[in-house]
Design a protein. Structure first.
Length: 241
């Protein structure tokens, strides 16, 4: 006796196609390691849709075609692969994450070094320009620092470690990643040196690295002569900030 409803006239049960697609995608994502969470979800969805399609086909065999086991098989394979790849992903992460963190730290440090170099280059150019216009007058340190902090090209630069914090600040200490600019004066061998110094602290987990630079604004030598009372400063350095 022939069937009243030929198999060719039946339609796939709702969920059968979705189970197949989700199962195949689950296998693909499981093999990529990165998509393991997605693979687990798709594998479960494939099994749920497969069960739904089987239930509907069994309840109404005259309307729906028999459900193939493709969705069931691919869903199970996707779940098994995802479970097997979890330890592999853990091992890969153990090596990859520290490397990524190190590269991130190096990139931030390079950005801070770039900021410091830009400020130092501008300070050098400002000192040379001042000396060309005023050969007999020294550069005032406070004026130079003020001009650097107000420079529009430096103002747009960001602190790589804290974008909400300025990239340049006046003073000797400040937040990590910020280039601190402050005046300095030193004496050695009878020579007094006035300069503007740059200092940036690089936050690290195990150590603290400090980047430094200096731009000399001017120097002055103390000329001394011997008198009856002993050594005497004949040409003392001019008072500076």
């Amino acid at each position: 006796m022939s069937d009243a409803f030929p198999t060719s006239a039946l339609v796939p049960a709702p969920g059968a196609q979705a189970a197949k697609v989700c199962g195949i995608l689950s296998i693909i994502f499981a093999l990529t390691c990165v998509g393991l969470p997605v693979a687990l979800i798709l594998g479960i969805v494939a099994l749920v849709q497969q069960a739904k399609a089987k239930r509907l086909a069994k309840a109404d065999p005259q309307s729906y075609a028999p459900v193939p086991s493709t969705g069931l098989v691919t869903g199970i394979i996707g779940l098994v692969l995802a479970a097997l790849m979890l330890p592999v992903m853990g091992i890969v992460s153990a090596f990859a994450i520290p490397t990524v963190m190190l590269q991130r730290e190096l990139a931030r440090e390079a950005a801070v070094q770039h900021n410091l170099d830009r400020a130092r280059a501008k300070a050098d150019a400002a000192v040379l320009a001042w000396q060309a216009r005023n050969p007999s007058q020294p550069v005032l340190q406070d004026t130079l620092i003020r001009d650097l902090l107000r420079d529009p090209e430096l103002a747009v630069l960001k602190n790589p470690f804290d974008p909400q914090s300025p990239a340049f600040l006046g003073g000797e200490t400040g937040p990590g990643g910020a280039v601190m600019i402050h005046p300095d004066r030193s004496e050695e061998g009878g020579v007094t040196t006035w300069s503007v110094k740059f200092r940036a602290e690089i936050p690290r987990r195990n150590e603290q690295r400090v980047l430094t630079a200096e731009v000399v604004t001017h120097t002055q030598e103390q000329v001394q002569g011997r008198t009856e009372d002993g050594w005497e400063v004949v040409n003392p350095p001019a008072a500076q900030n």
